[in-house]
Design a protein around this ligand. Structure first.
Ligand SMILES: [Zn+2]
Length: 312
């Protein structure tokens, strides 16, 4: 049965961004979409085609000089290196502006009441992109833009961003480090990329390092103790999720041991918080996840939970 309040925002042109022999590859989205189709998730939700974000909207979180430098960097052909781990090909600008545009539209639509829970199946990811720096496969910080746009709405005074990617969300922290109205909860493998902001302490920045080989049970225990009370205390008006799935035990980059049921658990917990404090409003976007099959199964679990879990 179609559930119109839970939506999937995506665009096939997010596949245009190509990096040579790179784990953050177009096949990630193809694998997700084919799994969601085969499992029937697609037929249970509304699929919305994203539009490119404007540079004016992007300038809410990145200075115009940075956006201009990225705009000028796209090559006509071949591939150029933007920084150590991040490249641009012809089509990267369109893909990255569709990714940010999906998150912007999702935020607009949950605030208007047209949608309640949205997952953005987009790439490139965004949570490593700092105010003035592309990093770690990311050009623009998609979830930070979404949170910033929500805060521009007069009905929104506090938001929370929960990031369960295996990597710490240095970009999101960089953007909101002095903004106590934005609670950032980030779990990550300790002593691991990006080696920035890992020890940054601030009452609204909750870093949750997990030891190599930590299981989903260990993650759940820590999240119950450290995240859920903080979220209840913060009482966000909208809940944002940086949904990276590279903490999965089958992921080739991470060394944690999450499985699909752990993603179902955290998604359910966040739904419960959103129902209590946020009018049910959740905007979630894809970050990492590099084993094509594990990624697709994890997104199926996350999206399926968003669709089916106690939607009232
Ligand atoms: Zn990651």
């Amino acid at each position: 049965m179609m559930n119109d309040l839970t939506r999937l925002y995506t665009h096939p042109d997010c596949e245009l961004h190509e990096m040579p022999r790179h784990p953050e590859r177009p096949d990630r989205l193809r694998s997700i979409m084919s799994r969601l189709t085969a499992s029937g998730i697609i037929s249970e939700t509304s699929v919305v085609l994203a539009s490119e974000v404007s540079d004016d909207i992007l300038s809410k979180i990145h200075p115009e000089t940075y956006i201009e430098s990225i705009n000028k960097s796209e090559p006509e052909s071949t591939v150029i290196k933007v920084e150590r781990d991040t490249y641009m090909s012809r089509g990267s600008l369109r893909a990255s502006k569709l990714a940010a545009g999906a998150c912007a539209a999702a935020t607009r639509d949950v605030l208007s009441g047209d949608a309640r829970r949205v997952f953005c199946a987009v790439r490139p990811p965004g949570h490593h992109a700092e105010i003035t720096a592309a990093m770690g496969f990311c050009l623009f910080n998609n979830i930070a833009l979404a949170a910033e746009l929500a805060l521009a709405n007069e009905s929104v005074s506090r938001v929370a961003i929960v990031d369960f990617d295996v990597h710490h969300c240095n970009g999101t922290v960089d953007i909101f480090k002095d903004r106590p109205e934005v609670l950032v909860c980030s779990s990550f493998q300790e002593h691991f990329y990006p080696h920035r902001y890992l020890d940054f302490t601030n009452p609204h920045i909750l870093n949750m390092p997990l030891e190599k080989d930590a299981t989903g049970d260990q993650f759940r225990a820590r999240a119950e103790r450290e995240w859920l009370p903080a979220l209840e205390n913060h009482k966000p008006d909208v809940l944002f999720i940086s949904a990276g799935f590279d903490a999965h035990t089958e992921d080739p980059l991470g060394e944690l041991r999450f499985v699909e049921s752990d993603y179902a658990w955290i998604t359910s917990q966040l739904i419960s918080i959103a129902e209590r404090f946020c009018g049910g409003r959740i905007v979630s976007t894809l970050e990492g996840g590099y084993d094509l099959d594990a990624l697709a199964r994890s997104v199926e679990t996350h999206m399926g939970t968003l669709i089916r879990d106690s939607l009232v």
